[in-house]
Design a protein around this ligand. Structure first.
Ligand code: HEM
Length: 470
């Protein structure tokens, strides 16, 4: 099917479908492709789904269709004011979906099209380009080592909460230039918001105030641009500090979630995926192969949390996308589209056509940085701990998120792999050793809560968010 198909019969509209499949069904299934396959069998490559109760959308599962739509910002807008559920007030004020699709857009490229998108995107690209790679590696190592120390001495932990989500969040905060102490507060506040616990509103305000404080400090100090905030404040495209704050809020909320999920997924492969584990340990494949395999075969950003909103009615075969409908890209399904695979493993060598970084004007600006962070985090934990999963691999549950595919928990037993006095093996990108072997007490450690008890059950499944602190 191509995007402009011939129309036939009475079209299917979102308003006419009673039994919408929840988006969480795709991410929390044992095999997401089975769920995407069932949707495609019933509807074709564009299917009606529910982001969360009361928030329907079209799920686009074809590779070519996703690419066409991602590139066409005139027809498929990223501005959430163009979502009918926003402009007709069809959502509860505290609907979780508003985190990514608020009725008032954030003043970052993420929520804008055309000229405004270009103006706001340039500083981000510039700042990411200016970020020294060795700094990214250094602070990712530091937050990884601290996360390991905070696992405590009991020898058991949940690697999702205790390591992957934390390192995802805190390395993102470090990339922005937020110092340790406010970063810890941001992480606690983010956890409050994610679980809709009392105090979430205040937490949201605190996050805004902290980011504004960081932006204004960077502006006052005139420090050189070696972190994202410092590099961005000096960019002439910004018309106000609010625009800088909104531009960094997206990486803080979404990128940290994506990074945590990628780290968790790679650890899951190592601990629970017998097929890959054997090849990895046997040396046939390396860490980067595993990371690429996740992006290709079972993308952790399964469904993009950046919906598009149709600017006019679009007829796609039997489907009628109405002006104002939301469109979600099923990146994981699109990567499996048989039209981008030949079935010949030689042809597949070097095939880079997956869309796990998006494409077009809103493509992810930070694949290189994301790769460095994920790779460094996994190398550090592999270097420091011997890990054993404490549940059967088949019992690993998947998080009920509309967007990311990641284990809900990875319960492990661990032993320190590095003994006092041994020389530290270096991570791939490491230039200087970040810790003395056996040294565990660090100034920040006292501020790190030990691993939270497992599973504050999400109050609303569709609002699931990686919990980094309880
Ligand atoms: C595992 C890591 C990551 C993955 C898989 C990922 C993936 C993506 C994807 C698929 C999009 C496009 C969504 C769409 O068009 O529908 C996107 C956008 C974006 N990503 Fe990433 N991302 C990751 C990490 C990061 C990091 C570390 C940053 C830090 C700056 C970042 C910043 C952004 C921003 C700002 C956008 C929106 C750009 C715009 O709308 O102009 N991402 N990402």
């Amino acid at each position: 099917m191509t995007v402009q198909m011939m129309a036939r019969g009475t079209p299917i509209e979102l308003a006419n479908v009673a039994d919408l499949t929840p988006l969480t069904a795709t991410t929390s299934a044992a095999d997401p492709q089975v769920v995407y396959g069932a949707l495609m069998k019933r509807w074709g490559v564009v299917a009606p789904v529910e982001i969360e109760p009361g928030a329907p959308a079209w799920l686009v599962m074809g590779h070519a269709e996703c690419i066409d739509m991602m590139r066409n910002e005139a027809l498929y807008s990223r501005d959430p004011r163009n979502w009918r559920w926003n402009y007709e007030n069809l959502l509860a004020p505290d609907a979780p979906v508003k985190t990514f699709s608020p009725d008032v857009p954030r003043a970052g490229s993420y929520h804008h099209d055309g000229e405004t998108r270009r103006r706001l995107r340039e500083p981000l690209d510039y700042a990411l380009d200016a970020l020294p790679e060795k700094d990214i590696v250094r602070y990712t190592e530091q937050v990884s080592v601290r996360a390991i120390d905070a696992l405590g001495r009991s020898g058991s932990a949940d690697l999702v909460r205790g390591f992957a989500s934390r390192v995802g969040f805190l390395s993102t905060a470090a990339m922005l230039g937020v110092p340790d102490k406010p970063a810890m507060q941001l992480m606690r506040d983010s956890a409050l918001i994610s679980t809709h616990r009392p105090g979430a509103k205040e937490a949201r305000e605190r996050i805004g105030a902290t980011l504004m404080d960081q932006v204004q400090q960077a502006r006052r100090s005139g420090r050189p641009g070696t972190d994202l905030i410092a590099a961005m404040v000096g960019h002439p495209n910004f018309e106000s500090d609010d625009e800088v704050v909104d531009s960094v809020a997206v990486p803080l909320h979404a990128a940290s979630m994506f990074l945590g999920a990628w780290i968790a997924r790679v650890l899951h492969v190592e601990l629970a995926d017998a097929r890959f584990r054997a090849r990895w340990i046997g040396g046939r494949i390396g860490l980067e192969d595993v990371m690429q395999e996740v992006l290709w075969r079972d993308a952790h950003v399964a469904n993009s949390c950046a919906p598009r909103y149709a600017m006019e009615d679009v007829r796609l075969g039997d489907i009628l996308i109405r002006k104002g409908d939301a469109i979600v890209f099923a990146i994981s399904a699109a990567n499996h589209d048989p039209r981008v695979h030949t079935g010949d493993s030689w042809d597949e060598v070097g095939n880079k056509s997956h869309i796990s970084w998006g494409t077009g004007p809103h493509a992810c600006p930070a694949p290189r940085q994301a790769l460095l962070i994920t790779r460094t985090a996994v190398e550090v934990i592999q270097r420091e701990l011997d890990l054993t999963l404490t549940i059967p691999a088949d019992d690993v549950q998947w998080a009920p998120s509309p967007w990311v595919r990641q284990p809900l928990e990875l319960p492990v037993q661990f032993k320190r792999a590095i003994q006092r006095g041994t020389e530290l093996p270096k991570t791939s990108y490491q230039r200087t050793s970040v810790r003395t072997p056996g040294q565990v007490a660090r100034p920040m450690e006292a501020q790190w809560p030990s691993t939270a008890p497992p599973g504050t059950a999400p109050e609303r499944a569709s609002s699931w968010w990686p919990v980094t602190d309880a």
